[in-house]
Design a protein around this ligand. Structure first.
Ligand SMILES: [Zn+2]
Ligand SMILES: [Zn+2]
Length: 378
């Protein structure tokens, strides 16, 4: 019996050439020029500034605005995102968003997730772009809303011209103005592009492999502070895959999420509005749900342990209480929505709001009790 081998997907030579040329220039030409001529401090400042605005255009623009509609933005802000997003050379906003929506919809499915992390680090980081894999076919049916945005379609039509103008024209112009064209082309043109590429690619690779899963274990997405630091807040990827329509990725006050701060700053300037937030209760519910799953595994691992029956009973009681709180919260929310629709008396609405807050407190205390129980099982 002869084994049949599936032919490898055809190589995408344009992308391969682009990555090869920019990587070679970053690894060879950038250090060589540094040793031979040196870079000025101002050139490093330009490098850092363009790296930051490129990253923010991808995280706040391509990702949280165009792909997920987590808020709305005035045309001037959308235009800035589209120009700087093209500079990041990660495809047009339309195609980027289509691929990303497919990634969320079919996460971890090797045949349908375009950058499925289960296919390994190399594939999810960069390999998926180097060959024309069937899983990478862009489905534009997923972005019909964006096709109605004239600015998005303008970028789509003129993507190559805009990308070249932003990647070559802008560094040339600053270089000519500052008196060191080659240095600026190498730092702001090449090195900025290569670094920004890999920072973003980490979200598809490492953020699905390295870190914690506080909200859901149903997919590979992870929360990771180090990656959040490198990716302007996108490293809280476990939260993001659970609550993709929230404009925040680092949902807690102390979490490093410059993209969230930038969007809020844009709101302050009147350029962004309609920021979407998941109710606090739903976030706590997800965390507790994940805690129960971990506790279940801990209980199963220690069958012969002293007091195990007692602990098992207490966990079961907590779970019952959890289900009760969640279903009451859902009922009260519905009653509140009905009361709002019926323009009910103010006292009636405030009573319901008070009840919601009480349920939030109950959940908060339950999280503490669960932490104590988990510590006993460790
Ligand atoms: Zn992801
Ligand atoms: Zn996303």
């Amino acid at each position: 019996m002869s084994a049949t081998r599936t032919p490898a997907a055809p190589v995408n030579w344009v992308t391969v050439a682009m990555f090869a040329a920019t990587t070679a220039a970053a690894v060879v030409l950038v250090p060589w020029y540094g040793f031979a001529h040196g870079y000025r401090a101002s050139e490093w400042v330009w490098f850092a500034a363009f790296l930051s605005v490129n990253e923010l255009a991808i995280t706040c623009g391509y990702h949280r605005l165009f792909a997920h509609s987590t808020y709305e933005a005035r045309p001037v802000l959308r235009l800035v995102y589209l120009l700087l997003g093209a500079m990041a050379l990660q495809n047009s906003a339309l195609k980027w968003s289509a691929d990303h929506r497919t990634h969320h919809r079919f996460i971890d499915d090797p045949d349908r997730d375009p950058y499925c992390a289960r296919r390994g680090f190399w594939f999810s980081h960069i390999g998926w772009m180097l060959r024309n894999y069937p899983s990478g076919d862009t489905d534009l049916n997923t972005v019909r809303d964006l096709q109605r945005d004239p600015l998005v379609m303008w970028q789509q039509r003129h993507y190559l011209t805009i990308a070249i103008a932003m990647n070559v024209g802008v560094p040339l112009l600053i270089g000519w103005w500052s008196g060191d064209v080659a240095g600026m082309l190498l730092l702001v043109g090449v090195l900025r592009l290569v670094v920004s590429h890999h920072f973003t690619f980490f979200i598809n690779s490492l953020a699905h492999m390295w870190g914690s899963q506080p909200y859901t274990e149903e997919n590979t997405a992870r929360d990771n502070f180090v990656l959040a630091f490198l990716t302007y807040g996108e490293g809280y990827h476990n939260f993001h895959h659970m609550f993709a329509h929230d404009y925040r990725n680092g949902v807690h006050l102390w979490q490093w999420d410059p993209s969230k701060w930038f969007i809020r700053a844009m709101q302050g300037l009147g350029l962004a509005y309609g920021l979407k937030r998941v109710p606090w209760f739903k976030i706590q519910r997800a965390i507790l749900d994940a805690q129960f799953r971990i506790t279940e595994r801990q209980l199963a691992r220690n069958p012969g342990r002293a007091q195990i029956e007692n602990l098992r009973r207490r966990v079961a009681e907590e779970y019952e209480a959890f289900c009760r709180i969640v279903s009451t919260w859902t009922d009260v929310r519905e009653q509140l929505a009905n009361a709002r629709r019926a323009v009910a008396e103010r006292w009636e609405r405030s009573t319901l709001q008070l009840r919601l807050r009480e349920l939030e407190y109950e959940l908060r205390f339950q999280r503490r009790r669960m932490r104590v129980l988990q510590a006993q099982l460790d």
